[in-house]
Design a protein around this ligand. Structure first.
Ligand SMILES: [Zn+2]
Length: 314
């Protein structure tokens, strides 16, 4: 347009024009992303180049959790990593997408259905940072099998540390981190003192990732006490809720949906002896305009596009 005519006058681009140019540069990728979502080729959300957008995959991790987030600057965040009994193996999926580095690995709490893949990830990837809680399992607060599994988790943490991973214990007081414009907030735990918690679920890390005024709230297996405190603090609104504790009653309180006001709820659940997900919370979650997606129905993928549009597919 216009070229360099007009007497050689300098025409600086307005921010709107720059934005336009940037968007049109990214639009081919956006077109491919839209196609991938439409055709349910959701793994492509990991392999297509970044485009100022945020992508998230909730894996079919069996009765456990695993989500992979790609930030607008192409970093990879893995939130929990169940592999045992999982239909989607996170190691295989990341490798297939050509991802060699996990920038941030978040172990929301040391229950096996959230961390059984930690040793595997430590073996196959360079992990920049591990975010974990301080809670420790002992014979006083956990079953012998659970204490045994906790020892395996501790070995995996040690292997990561030896491999150069920075190990941190963020809390609600930790500064937000920003990756390519996407903000990562820690909403819980409230304390770094392991003695403040009765069990692992009480100590859960709750994470919210926001981009272009949309957000995803990863509730892990957080408990009613934590929800009540977060609701008191007015800190729970989100566009997408990754429901707590596999849709269990213990991860839900009345008024939660009004406080969060999500457009979509995702429940990570698989075959289990606890009756998860429970009917009460599921009926509340189903009131979200976009409804509820369960990972036992398959991989759930979503994208927050550069213009703030949220698209999801399963
Ligand atoms: Zn769990």
């Amino acid at each position: 347009m216009g070229g360099s005519g007009g007497g050689g006058r300098y025409h600086p681009l307005t921010p709107a024009q720059v934005g336009q140019e940037f968007l049109s540069a990214g639009s081919e990728i956006q077109r491919q992303l839209d196609q991938a979502l439409l055709a349910q080729k959701l793994e492509k959300l990991l392999s297509l180049p970044p485009s100022d957008d945020l992508r998230c995959l909730f894996l079919d991790a069996g009765q456990g959790n695993c989500a992979v987030v790609r930030t607008p600057d192409g970093r990879t965040i893995v939130i929990d990593c169940n592999i045992e009994g999982a239909n989607d193996n996170v190691v295989r999926m990341l490798k297939k997408a050509g991802i060699a580095d996990i920038d941030v690995l978040i172990a929301t709490h040391p229950d096996w259905d959230h961390v059984s893949g930690l040793a595997s990830l430590a073996k196959h990837f360079r992990v920049g940072e591990l975010w974990k809680v301080t809670f420790s399992k002992t014979p006083d607060n956990a079953s012998p099998e659970s204490v045994e599994a906790f020892r395996e988790y501790q070995s995996a943490v040690a292997a990561l540390r030896e491999g150069g991973t920075r190990i941190v214990n963020p809390t609600v007081d930790t500064y937000d981190r920003v990756f390519g414009g996407a903000r990562v907030e820690i909403l819980a735990p409230f304390s770094r003192d392991a003695a403040d918690y009765r069990d692992a679920n009480d100590a859960c890390m709750v994470v919210r990732i926001s981009h272009k005024e949309k957000s995803i709230l990863f509730a892990a297996d957080t408990t009613q006490a934590t929800w009540k405190e977060l609701m008191n603090r007015g800190q729970v609104s989100a566009t997408v809720l990754h429901a707590s504790h596999h849709g269990s009653e213990t991860g839900y309180v009345p008024g939660l949906m009004e406080a969060i006001n999500p457009s979509l709820v995702v429940v990570s659940v698989g075959p289990n002896p606890h009756g998860h997900p429970h009917e009460g919370p599921m009926s509340a979650y189903s009131k979200a305009p976009g409804g509820v997606r369960r990972t036992d129905d398959g991989l759930v993928g979503l994208q927050i596009a550069p213009d703030g549009t949220l698209t999801f597919a399963q």
